[in-house]
Structures are given as structure tokens and as C-alpha cells.
Design a protein around this ligand. Structure first.
Ligand SMILES: [Zn+2]
Ligand SMILES: [Zn+2]
Length: 151
């Protein structure tokens, strides 16, 4: 005769709501509904690259607006006064970004206040990000869009 121990109580499982047992949404689905799968892939790759040291300011895609960065750079969210991105410190006003998407595309920064191109490190990053984004959108041949720092 074999003595059986009673099975461990599973009563506590009933305390869980159905939502608790559902697996958390997987991060790679964040861009699941984006039709342009190449854009979606670069968005996801840049999210990971950022965790490994890529500056958010030189990304070619936008985490918030889920598009190429030159397409949303005119959004007020891309004005960062603290760092000086899209900001003219000479005039304390917004820097205007003019984008022409027609291949090969062009990006120009200007300030309506001083009329001088705002040539600061931060605004050079804005320019670089938008130009890289434009060439990436047009199917840029470069295998490396930018360099992720080692540190
Ligand atoms: Zn954006
Ligand atoms: Zn200015």
C-alpha cells in the first residue's frame, strides 16, 4: 500500500485576478503596428542602443512619436531648453528646423531672432540626427548610422 500525501493546496491561486496571470506585454511589440517594418526595426534597435550608451539626441528615430526624427523634430517636445537642443541661447527662443524630405533631402536650422544659424554642440546634434534620419529613411546604404560609445 502506497501512502499518498495530499497535493499542495492551490487555494491561493484563486486569489489571482485573470489580469495577474497574463504575461506582461513584451517590449518588442511596442512597434508592432507600424506598417514600415524597417522603421520599426530601427526604432527597436535604437531603444536598445540607448540603453548601451547611444545619446537620445542623435537617434534617427523618435521613441515618443514613433517615426523618423526629422518628421517630428518640429514638435515642441523636441525643444530642450536645458540642453540647448532646438534652442537659441543668444535670443532665448526656439530654433526653427526646415526639412525637405525630397531625396536626397535637406535639413536647415535657423533662428528668427538673430538670423544666424544656431551653431552650438546641441544644435549640431539636432542637425546630425535629422540628416542621418533622412538618409536612413531613403534607404541609406551605410551599415552603421552612428557610433555607439564604448563607455
Ligand atoms: Zn519626436
Ligand atoms: Zn537667435
Amino acid at each position: 500500500m502506497v501512502l499518498r500525501t495530499s497535493p499542495p493546496s492551490r487555494a491561493h491561486l484563486r486569489l489571482l485576478a485573470p489580469a495577474d496571470s497574463a504575461p506582461p506585454p513584451r517590449r518588442r511589440d511596442r512597434y508592432g503596428e507600424i506598417v514600415d517594418r524597417r522603421l520599426a526595426a530601427i526604432l527597436a534597435a535604437e531603444d536598445v542602443a540607448e540603453e548601451h550608451g547611444l545619446s537620445a539626441h542623435v537617434r534617427t528615430t523618435c521613441y515618443v512619436h514613433r517615426c523618423w526624427v526629422h518628421q517630428c523634430i518640429s514638435d515642441p517636445m523636441h525643444i530642450v531648453i536645458v540642453t540647448g537642443h532646438r534652442w537659441c541661447r543668444r535670443c532665448d527662443r526656439t530654433v526653427v528646423v526646415e526639412v525637405d524630405e525630397t531625396a536626397p533631402g535637406s535639413v536647415e536650422l535657423s533662428c528668427d531672432g538673430c538670423g544666424v544659424p544656431p551653431d552650438t554642440a546641441a544644435n549640431r546634434e539636432v542637425l546630425l540626427a535629422c540628416r542621418t534620419s533622412l538618409s536612413a529613411m531613403h534607404g541609406g546604404e551605410a551599415s552603421t548610422l552612428y557610433v555607439v560609445p564604448d563607455a
